[in-house]
Ligand binder design. Structure first.
Ligand code: FES
Length: 106
């Protein structure tokens, strides 16, 4: 990972053929996921932390969710919003795609 003009380069888009795609930033686990969009919009992407906000478990993809194996909090895999614990959320930031790279605003 490197930085350019207030953006951190997360990686080359072509290196991630499937989503959620596991990545590590600053030695912390994340997923690149496809963000919700309307049919006529370009695909957008989010960077979601894999660390559960309950007690620090590492969430894992399962069907349309990211699920924590410790106490089974479940999160929407596109937005990080919990699907079974109201108001809870995995950290989620939008990614920018530019010149074939995923960028995160620093
Ligand atoms: S640490 Fe994830 S549900 Fe408890």
């Amino acid at each position: 990972m490197s930085e350019t003009n207030n953006f951190k380069i997360i990686g080359n888009v072509e290196d991630f053929p499937e989503f959620p795609a596991h990545v590590k930033l600053n030695n912390q686990p994340y997923y690149i996921v496809e963000a919700p969009r309307k049919a006529d919009e370009e695909q957008r992407y989010n960077l979601i932390s894999a660390i559960c906000p309950h007690a620090g478990g590492i969430v894992r993809p399962h069907l349309n969710e990211l699920i924590c194996p410790l106490h089974y909090w479940c999160f929407d895999k596109a937005t990080g919003e919990s699907t079974n614990i109201p108001g809870e959320q995995l950290d989620c930031s939008p990614l920018v795609v530019r010149d074939g790279q995923f960028l995160l605003q620093a």
